[in-house]
Design a binder for this molecule. Structure first.
Ligand SMILES: Cc1cc2nc3c(=O)[nH]c(=O)nc-3n(C[C@H](O)[C@H](O)[C@H](O)COP(=O)(O)OP(=O)(O)OC[C@H]3O[C@@H](n4cnc5c(N)ncnc54)[C@H](O)[C@@H]3O)c2cc1C
Ligand code: FES
Length: 280
């Protein structure tokens, strides 16, 4: 059954002219559209390039006036998207999926890998408006690949922690390793937790590390899981995960850790557009 909560007009694409294009790095682009779809942090849209493909993209910002996506040029559609210019047309439908949830004034740790920095920034700026204090852990292969660093630095009540695999900036190692170190150094205890919740978005092996750390330290977490999406609203079944049978376009992409840990394929394999399993 498709989700009944998604209005028909959100299920159909509307084309919008690109308002601005920003090259974040050699392979990463942020695109701005002059529209609000009322998206919340963690949700995604289906971006349609007529004559090419339609692909899922996390919402990097929806401030009520404009919507942004940030993407890596990895294949046919994303490479063609990256060649578009201001004024070109892109179809968008959505928003779809679950969102990150927090309470006002909570202390949150946000763990971002790769383009996960974009949806994490959307969550960070919305949570900061709710008076939350933030510990942000951005990781990348090396300093040239770090994303949204200046934007995170401008947020109130935010401590930014940078980790690079090669040590070219910040901590040498993974961002989850840095979070683990800080949790241990600050003697996280049940009576006074360092953070109330952990949010994460990034490659699945990073999410598995966050899941294990959050479980070990007994800190609740919400993780953004990606699977091959087609319809985006619960109809086609392509994004179903074993053995729970939940559809990640409706019951995800943001999933609580208790549920992630019941997904047997979490961190192990995913399905392609034909439903064939591939190991990570
Ligand atoms: C909920 C969600 C949010 C995402 N947010 C972002 C984002 O903010 N920025 C970003 O750069 N990427 C994001 N992605 C991944 C993005 O959708 C893929 O990189 C993109 O579809 C690749 O398309 P392509 O034609 O360029 O490459 P292809 O060569 O077609 O594919 C490259 C790889 O991308 C993945 N992919 C391809 N098509 C899909 C699809 N329909 N659904 C899911 N994965 C697919 C597959 O793993 C594939 O091996 C997100 C994926 C999901 C599921
Ligand atoms: S059910 Fe179609 S993408 Fe999830």
């Amino acid at each position: 059954m498709p989700s009944k909560n998604i209005p028909l007009q959100h299920r159909l694409p509307t084309t919008y002219r690109i308002q601005a294009v920003k090259k974040e790095t050699e392979f990463v682009t942020t695109m701005t559209f002059p529209v609000s779809l009322g998206a919340k942090p963690g949700q995604f849209v289906m971006a349609w390039l007529p004559g090419v493909e339609e692909i899922p993209m996390s919402v990097a910002l929806d401030d009520g006036k404009k919507l942004q996506i940030t993407f890596f040029a990895v294949g046919d559609t994303t490479r063609k998207l990256a060649q578009l210019k201001k004024g070109d047309l892109v179809g968008l439908r959505g928003p779809f999926g679950t969102q990150y949830e927090w309470k006002p004034k909570q202390r949150l740790a946000l763990v971002a890998g790769g383009y996960g920095a974009a949806p994490m920034f959307f969550a960070a700026s919305a949570a900061a408006e709710n008076g939350c204090s933030l510990e942000v852990f951005v990781g990348a292969r090396s300093k040239e690949h770090l994303l949204y660093i200046q934007a995170f630095r401008k947020l109130p009540k935010t401590a930014l922690h940078i980790a690079t695999d090669d040590g070219s900036e910040g901590f040498k190692g993974f961002n989850v390793g840095l979070l683990d170190k800080i949790l241990t150094d600050r003697k996280h205890s049940k009576s006074k937790p360092f953070v109330d919740q952990i949010f994460a978005c990034g490659p699945e092996r990073m999410l598995v590390a966050v899941s294990n750390l959050s479980f070990a330290k007994k800190i609740p977490s919400q993780l953004s899981l990606e699977r091959y999406m087609k319809c985006g609203y619960g109809l086609c079944g392509n994004c179903v995960v074993d053995p729970l049978g939940i559809r990640l376009c409706v019951d995800g992409p943001v999933v609580r850790n208790e549920t992630c840990r019941k997904i047997s394929e979490f961190g192990k394999c995913h399905r392609d557009g034909l439903g064939k399993k591939h190991a990570f």
